[in-house]
Design a binder for this molecule. Structure first.
Ligand code: GRG
Length: 343
């Protein structure tokens, strides 16, 4: 999380004119564009990415369903399963499995952690949609958890998914994986969820929302993106690599790849929020503008935002250049998928 993460310092820089900030952003992202101009672009070779994702997603859906059985108290488990099995692109589990396989591991080794990451992601969506947070009625094309099960149950289903995630990694990771690798994954995932990760990003996001969008600095926006969204994507990749027994330099390199796709993911998310319909997104579109949120399109415009996302993805793929193209193809494809996704 270190390289593209800027501590916000002061959350709001007052008297900071919009144009100055736009220029500032252009300057600050210049290095991204400069660095992202390789002699020959790195591409996913010979992989039918559609088939690859379909295969992985089928296995992930089954494993997710098995991970939270229907049991007593029925209503709680139904609520957990409602959101966990509501669809979703399953990007985090796919990243975990693809990184594990690239580093010589297997899908079976990564699957418990892959499921746990999706449990954590799902619980963060359930809590994010609550009336006290974003107050959303739709998610993944369905009524949000609290709309169906009520607020108390939605909070508790999220809590249960969060604790189950850690139990699941510890209990279900195959015993062939050395315990210190599993322990490291548990520590890393815990860190990326807490005050230095997702929760920290959400808090800064909430604190920034009350402010005039013109007064939110680029540093703050980057902090929010890197923590709220990037942290979980990063640990998805690095945990897969760690479980496979990757060398430290590979874990670090893949972590950098993940930081770049993580930022691109959020830039694309900002773009989609103002270009897609609610039907296309499966959640309320246009919310950022409605609540006056600072986003990449609001700061630098739509075209510049697309360019920034493109450059981040190109740079991320460049980091995979030294790996066997066949083995790296899934992570290359996932980077493109993040750039080109429509929801
Ligand atoms: C994690 C303890 C804990 C608390 C949660 C509410 C909260 C704290 C954080 C909010 C995190 C949040 C909602 C981040 C947004 C991340 C994001 C861009 C989600 C959309 O991800 P996709 O596009 O969604 O992968 P699908 O539905 O495809 O899985």
């Amino acid at each position: 999380m270190q390289a593209i993460l800027c501590a916000p310092g002061a959350i709001i820089a007052r008297l900071n004119p919009r144009q100055k900030k736009v220029n500032n952003l252009r300057q600050k992202t210049q290095h991204l564009r400069a660095a992202a101009a390789p002699a020959a672009a790195v591409e996913a070779s010979e992989l039918d990415f559609g088939n690859y994702i379909a295969d992985k997603n089928k296995a992930i859906e089954q494993a997710l369903s098995d991970s939270v059985p229907e049991m007593y108290p029925e209503r709680l488990h139904e609520s957990m399963r409602y959101s966990l099995l509501a669809g979703g692109k399953r990007i985090r589990p796919c990243l975990c499995i693809a990184a594990c396989e690239l580093m010589g591991g297997t899908m079976e080794v990564a699957m418990p952690t892959a499921c746990a990451l999706e449990m954590i992601h799902t619980m963060s969506l359930i809590h994010d949609d609550l009336p006290s947070m974003d107050n959303d009625d739709f998610r993944r094309g369905k009524p949000t958890n609290h709309k169906v099960y009520g607020e108390e149950m939605a909070i508790l289903a999220g809590d249960a998914l969060l604790s189950h995630a850690f139990e699941y990694i510890g209990r279900e990771t195959p015993k062939s994986v050395p315990a210190e690798r599993t322990l490291r994954v548990l520590v890393d995932v815990g860190k990326c969820v807490g005050s230095e990760g997702l929760v920290g990003g959400q808090v800064v996001d909430i604190m920034s929302e009350g402010a005039d969008a013109d007064e939110v600095t680029l540093e703050t926006l980057k902090y929010i993106h890197a923590h709220k969204t990037g942290a979980l994507l990063e640990v998805s990749v690095t945990s897969g690599a760690i479980l496979a027994g990757a060398k430290e330099e590979d874990v670090e390199r893949l972590g950098k790849y993940a930081q770049l796709i993580g930022l691109a993911f959020q830039v694309v998310d900002d773009i989609l929020d103002c270009t897609q319909t609610s039907e296309q997104l499966g959640k309320t579109a246009g919310k950022d503008e409605a609540v006056g949120k600072a986003t990449y399109p609001s700061l630098v415009g739509l075209e510049e935002s697309k360019k920034i996302a493109d450059d981040l993805i190109t740079e991320a793929k460049e980091l995979l250049r030294d790996y066997d193209p066949k083995l790296a193809a899934p992570l290359l494809g996932l980077a493109d998928f993040i750039k080109n996704r429509q929801n």
